[in-house]
Each structure stands twice: as structure tokens, then as C-alpha cells.
Design a protein around this ligand. Structure first.
Ligand code: ADP
Length: 420
């Protein structure tokens, strides 16, 4: 059976978010890190995580087309271009130009643009994107350092980014159902429009929109609009109804936590976990002086792994971080910790660790890179936005990659407690 839905996400956490949504809606899903080279895994959906949100537009197009080609080879029947629910982009791109390049490559002439994510208070009304009760351009996004959003009207925004015309399907039409929505797509198409910005105020609207997009080759939007897509495949008899899309292979082995996030949430999680687990702190100032520290950390860890999960962390309070940054520079301090974490992760896995939690976005990137992880099968959610995952490959490993601020105070014990 080939992959049904092929997704291209313009950043890593956005990809995880989309993959989690698809799993909840019953699709077995793998998140690939960068454009894959090998054969497709045996799942219902693949989400390829790119870093194309703010890269030069031509690079974003090239990477996205390479991802599309791999997904086409994997036999996908439908494609999804996932971007941020605040439509992070500039007049030069990258959302519009990437979407047009994907349409061209698919020899198609029409798609939707729907970043709405009502559960996170992102709604679209008459083409205007709201964040909570305010327009996008009053939400703080107007001051974003890389992609300031100064216009909340998505029809205008996308029109400035694209050559094809952009129309609107408003909520009155969406609320008349999927057939009415589909008819408006046809009308816009005959008017020569290439895109429809589609209003959505709640999840029911997203389900209607999903149904209306059943036969569309390419869909573009936030992870919200994906909630309506799995049902299309079930209706066509291509996807079974299952409660088990999030089941991961059973993997035994030692357990450990690596924390490089200095966020308040992670520091609290560390403090709680330390009370009854062995822990070791790394200091970037010492790492700069003494390259033998990582090897010694592994010597410390190995004999204790038999007993209980252990923790190695660099997380520190703001004054300590400031001290390290003053002495080493912000980048070097971060890089020293990230390199150490990657090396320690490799050592821990060599010592039999198979259940690993990593706290921190950049830290997770470093560990995933250090372990040469190519893809993650998405499992059950531990806390909102953080699932257990299993790495692809011969010797799989259970990984929970946590953005710094995510998770309840007892996240680490809770996560290990969820595993059989
Ligand atoms: P978050 O998800 O909270 O943003 P990240 O891992 O993305 O966490 O970012 C934390 C950054 O801080 C990483 O680059 C990490 O290497 C760095 N770091 C961790 N500990 C320290 C420390 N004690 N001093 C300075 N930088 C640190």
C-alpha cells in the first residue's frame, strides 16, 4: 500500500503539529527530517519537515519541489503544503511562490489557502485572519523580526505574492456545506483565479472544507484544515477506521533525559525530576575549557543507566546564561552545549539507551542530527504538542522532542510512565 497523503511543511515544529493532527484523525504518520532519499515507509501519511519559511524564495521553491518529487515517487494521491497559522511570509514569499511552483509541478491550476486553526484561536472571516479577538496585524505579528504581517487580508497578501488571481470563499458559503463550497471553487476557477482563501471559524468549517477538497491535488494551509482530509480517504475505501494510528513499536532499553532549554517550564521540570533521579549539570564555561567533559559525563552515566532514567542538562537560570554568554558569546555558548548534547546522545545510545527525551528546540535539532535520525513515526501525545516518536531505521529508538516551554511540571516522569 502506498502513502496516501504527502505533506511538505515549511518548518520542523509545524511539521510535528501537522503529523500529530493526522495521527489523531487516524492516519499512521511519519515525519521526515529534510527531503528523504530512501524508500517510503509503510504509513498513510508522510510529512516532510523543511526549513523553508524564511529562506530565500528560490531555495524554498527548490527544496519544496524536491520534497514533492519524493512524495510523488512514494505514490501519494494528494499533497498538502503546510505553513504557519499566522501566514508568516513577506510580499516576496515564501508561501505564494512555493504554492504556485507546486501547482505548476502538479500541472494543476487551483488550490485553497486556509491557515485557520480555531483551536489556537486563528480564524478567518471574510478573508481577514484573526488571532484571538484581534486582526493579524494587531496581534504582535506586525512586529515579527523576519516576516512582519502588516495586512490581515489574506486575499490581498497572497495576491501580492503570486501571479495567479486570488479569490475568497466566505463563511456563508462554507456553512452551506461542501457542495456549495466546491461550486464556489468552480466559479473562481472559471474567473481565472488560482487560489481561494477560505473562511473558517471553527473545526466544523474545517471539516466541510476538507470534504470539498477531496479531489484537489494540492491543498495549502495550516494544520487545522488537515482534520478534514483523512475522512476523504476513508470514504474512498483507501483508509481503514482505526484507533491505533499512534501505536509505536515496543522498544526496550535504558532511559535518559537531555535538557538544553533554559525556559522556565524546562527548569521546573528538571527541578522536579532531580528530586528522585540521578542528574548531572554541564556548564558551557567548563565545556569551553575542557573537551574531556562529555566523555566523563558518559562514564558517570553508564553504570547508573541500569537503575533508573537519568538526566543530563545544561539548562540554567537567566543570570548564569548571561554569564556564559558574556564570556563566550551567545552563539558559542549555545553551540558548545548543543555539540556536547549531540555527542552525549550518541554515547548514551551506544550504552543501550532506547528511550530518550530531549528538552529544547535547538537542542532537539542537535541531538536528532547527532544521531543521524532521518524520520520519526508519530506516536501518542504526552502533553499538547509533544508526542512520543520512534525513529526510522534498523535500530529504532523512542524519542520525545520537547520545545522548551511545552509540557507539565512532571513531564519527564509522566512521559516515561506512558511507555509499556
Ligand atoms: P527552547 O526550546 O527553550 O528555545 P533551545 O534548545 O531551542 O530551547 O535553545 C536553548 C539554547 O540555549 C541552546 O542553543 C542551548 O545550547 C543553549 N544553552 C543551554 N544551556 C545554556 C547555558 N547554561 N548557557 C548558555 N546557553 C545555554
Amino acid at each position: 500500500m502506498s502513502v496516501l497523503l504527502g505533506c511538505i511543511a515549511d518548518d520542523f515544529t509545524g511539521a510535528t503539529d501537522l503529523a500529530g493532527t493526522l495521527v489523531r484523525e487516524g492516519m499512521r504518520t511519519v515525519q521526515m527530517i529534510d527531503v528523504p532519499t530512501g524508500p517510503a515507509p509503510d504509513v498513510d501519511a508522510v510529512v516532510i519537515a523543511l526549513k523553508s519559511r524564511t529562506t530565500p524564495v528560490q531555495d524554498a521553491i527548490t527544496e519544496s519541489l524536491a520534497a514533492l518529487e519524493w512524495l510523488q515517487d512514494a505514490g501519494c494521491r494528494q499533497f498538502f503544503f503546510k505553513y504557519c497559522s499566522t501566514f508568516d511570509s513577506t510580499d516576496d514569499g515564501n508561501i505564494g511562490p512555493v504554492a504556485e511552483a507546486l501547482l505548476d509541478a502538479l500541472e494543476d491550476d487551483f488550490t485553497i489557502a486556509c491557515p485557520a486553526f480555531p483551536r489556537n484561536a486563528r480564524t478567518i472571516c471574510k478573508g481577514y485572519l484573526f488571532v484571538g479577538n484581534v486582526l493579524l496585524n494587531e496581534s504582535g505579528m506586525q512586529d515579527h523580526p523576519l516576516s512582519p504581517m502588516t495586512d490581515a487580508n489574506l486575499v490581498r497578501v497572497l495576491d501580492r505574492q503570486t501571479k495567479g488571481g486570488v479569490g475568497l470563499v466566505d463563511f456563508n458559503t462554507v456553512r452551506r456545506g461542501s457542495l456549495a463550497t466546491l461550486e464556489s471553487f468552480s466559479v473562481l476557477r472559471t474567473e481565472g483565479k488560482r487560489f481561494a482563501v477560505v473562511d473558517a471559524l471553527d473545526d466544523a468549517d474545517l471539516v466541510t472544507i476538507g470534504e470539498a477538497c477531496a479531489d484537489m491535488d494540492l491543498i495549502t494551509g495550516g494544520s487545522g484544515v488537515a482534520i478534514g482530509l483523512p475522512e476523504n480517504f476513508r470514504r474512498q475505501g483507501l483508509l481503514e477506521k482505526t484507533e491505533t494510528a499512534d501505536i509505536l513499536p515496543a522498544i526496550d532499553g535504558h532511559a535518559a533525559v537531555l535538557a538544553g532549554s533554559c525556559s522556565r517550564a524546562t527548569r521546573e521540570q528538571i527541578e522536579i525530576f532531580q528530586r528522585d533521579h540521578p542528574s548531572l549539570k554541564l556548564d558551557p564555561l567548563e565545556l569551553a575549557e575542557d573537551p574531556g567533559i562529555t566523555a566523563r559525563a558518559l562514564v558517570w552515566a553508564e553504570p547508573q543507566l541500569q537503575e533508573a532514567p537519568l538526566l543530563i542538562y545544561a539548562s540554567a537560570d537567566p543570570s548564569e546564561v548571561q554569564q556564559a554568554q558574556d564570556a563566550l558569546g551567545v552563539e558559542r555558548a549555545g553551540a558548545l552545549v548543543e555539540e556536547a548534547m549531540a555527542e552525549i546522545a550518541r554515547g548514551l545510545v551506544a550504552a543501550g539507551v532506547r528511550r530518550l527525551i530531549v528538552a529544547g528546540g535547538e537542542t532537539s535539532g542537535a541531538v536528532v542530527g547527532g544521531l543521524n535520525v532521518t524520520g520519526l513515526r508519530i506516536g501518542p501525545e504526552i502533553d499538547p504538542g509533544v508526542p512520543w516518536t520512534a525513529t526510522l531505521g534498523e535500530e529504532p529508538l523512542l524519542l520525545a522532542l520537547k520545545s522548551g516551554n511545552f509540557g507539565a511540571p512532571d513531564f519527564f516522569t509522566k512521559a516515561f510512565g506512558q511507555l509499556p
